[in-house]
Design a protein around this ligand. Structure first.
Ligand SMILES: CN(C)C(=N)NCCC[C@H](N)C(=O)O
Length: 270
């Protein structure tokens, strides 16, 4: 342990966005899952997620679903916020690029100091893991070296290290923070490789907590509470969460997972 404190994971606001009815037919599906998304179930699950954030006392800024952008519910990818600085992303997938404009306005209205990036840089927030002490950034199909460089310039107070992600969509499709100094890591061989690179290159040491299913490794750690998936969705990993100390909240995300969305993707915490 190197004494990361909870203050780096304290938030008082969250930005979320509704699910457009264009999502089931037109959202990007990098993992190749062909299962149809049940929209009304997805809306229900998303509403429960938003309610859980509100119950934590967060002020939730709810953007309306934008039919032009089938993936707009995955707000995490459009901007990275740390302290009072926000970096609006140039998203890696061309169909998602237009999501940034509205996000920029919202972040400015919140009084944050807003930076932007230009061609040829690309960055998806799903590749950005903030550990409380440093940024680990997936170099993936969506995020390039220039994007990592701009992130490093924007958040100059923290070390920034690029980590290769080749098959999965984002770095956070494989790992996320389960608490200060603890990284949850999926059980696939790519998750293992990526973790080995993290161990070699990160500037700080972390405890690794492995969960058999990669999707279980995408959790949201908010104000000391861990949001994780339900036993129905992660039957092989659920036991790991049961052993962790409270407070924890179980949320369903079966529908948005079909289009590669995890729990971190659905909010920007401020
Ligand atoms: C941590 N993850 C996975 C995210 N932050 N984003 C998920 C985006 C999914 C969307 N269909 C897409 O392909 O862009």
């Amino acid at each position: 342990m190197n004494g990361n404190d909870l203050s780096k994971f304290r938030y008082d606001k969250a930005i979320v966005c509704g699910i457009p009815s264009s999502l089931p037919a037109a959202a990007q599906r990098q993992s190749g899952c062909l299962e149809p998304v049940n929209l009304s179930k997805a809306l229900n699950q998303h509403a429960n997620y938003v309610r859980a954030l509100k119950n934590m006392g967060l002020k939730v800024i709810e953007l309306t679903a934008d039919e032009q952008y089938p993936d707009c519910v995955f707000v995490e990818d459009a901007a990275v916020v740390c302290g009072d600085i926000a970096l609006v992303c140039r998203l890696g997938h061309p169909t998602r690029r237009g999501e940034s404009a509205r996000m920029k306005t919202v972040l400015q209205e919140l009084g944050l100091s807003v930076e932007e990036m230009e061609h040829p840089a690309t960055l998806d927030g799903g590749d950005v893991l903030f550990t409380g002490k440093e940024f680990l950034v997936g170099l993936s199909k969506r995020t390039n070296q220039q994007g990592v460089h701009i992130l490093a310039k924007t958040f100059g107070d923290y070390p920034v290290t690029a980590i290769s992600v080749s098959n999965h969509l984002h770095l956070k499709s494989l790992m996320s923070m389960a608490g200060p100094d603890t990284v949850l890591v999926g059980g696939s061989s790519e998750a293992d490789d990526v973790w080995n690179e993290v161990e070699k290159k990160a500037k700080f040491k972390y405890e690794k907590l492995t969960v058999p299913e990669d999707k279980a490794a995408n959790c949201l750690f908010v104000n000391g509470t861990l949001f994780h998936l339900t036993s129905a969705e992660i039957p092989r990993s659920y036991e790991v969460f049961k052993q962790l100390p409270d407070p924890k909240i179980e949320v369903e995300n079966s529908e948005l997972h079909k289009v590669d969305g995890g729990l971190t993707c659905l909010s920007i915490l401020i």
